[in-house]
Design a protein around this ligand. Sequence first.
Ligand code: PLP
Length: 398
Amino acid sequence: MNVMAEKFEPTSKGSPAFEQRLPIVSPEGLPDDDFLHDVQRILSSRQLTNAAFVGEFEEAAAEYLGVSHCVAVSSCTSGLILTLRALELQGEVVLPSFTFHASAHSVIWNGLKPVFADCDPETFCIDPRAVKLQVSPSTAAILAVHLFGNPAHIVELQTVASSSGILLITDAAHAFGSDINGRRIGAFGTAEVFSFSPTKLLVAGEGGMIATQDADLARKLRAARNYGDSGNYDPELAGLNARMSEFHAALAVRGLLGLEARIARRNQIRLHYEQRLGSIPGISFQHILPGNRSACKDFAVLVDEAAFGESRDWLVDALEKENIQARRYFWPPVHRQKLYCDIWDKRPLPVTDRISSRILNLPIYSTLSTEQIDKVCGAILRSYEFANKSGCAKAQRA
Ligand SMILES: Cc1ncc(COP(=O)(O)O)c(C=O)c1O
């Protein structure tokens, strides 16, 4: 722990803002006892995987997203791996480094080369201008990420993809319920892949889904999630067991109820944080482009040490002392992780490095009360005041 954070007094009375630790995530949209009826139905049907509930979930999701085909899988990671495999890509895939490493894992699992492009300083999503610079004759696809639920610059990315004769695929792990001018994420590019793990707005326990308008790709993916076997015991590709179980699908079907209300509440929370924290020097936010809706899977601030008076890491420690869990998503960025630093082409990614070194994620979930948000903001304000009090923090260290 940082020495200065140890000296930081949590509140004027010396007690932390929260008696019990405030977690950064809390699974939501979980059903009550009704779910037990679903479990009973599944057990009586004797079909535990890939049956009626999976079909119901796929249909309901396709309707919600406004896409022709949804293929449920065991996770977003397996969905991404199988999508790249089913498309028979070869060569390079351009993707952000400011993302969760699973985006890049799906590329190397397929023997493809990840090529990292810098991100936009405002939206934190992959920058189409940087993508253009990284596209070469070896590029097969762009893998964009709707970061924290904030829609990527899809129109510009699609222009780059179309003019280069390559595909656009998205890692939409965070973005179920996000939209661009009213058109839901899921309906863009060749395929978009969602996650339903417990940190997401729609939870299946574990799970993922590929949304696509391409009937042949959907057919191939249904085989791919079943070892590549479409039923004739003669696989058309080397697939995985990436099926979704009936129990997971039943949870997700129930979770669709109330999703819109959860997205609305998270957006209220985001605005409340921004109002309360916006006047603190050195704190800034992710920008959502006009006309876009973010599902607000995460809420992040950037901490500029020069203006705030202390570093992002110091603030993480200070919030810990207040019993507030904060996280550094995504730090280190993928190109600086040991699995990827030798693969990285060493082209500088200055925006990614800057954002990654300043990013700080705060608690967000629809059950978070306004009082709790105010306490988190109060703790950040006190940290700022402490960091800038003469004789404190940096002054003491000097
Ligand atoms: C951007 C991104 N992509 C992929 C994944 C992997 O999702 P899953 O756990 O469903 O495989 C995550 C996990 O949260 C993620 O944040």
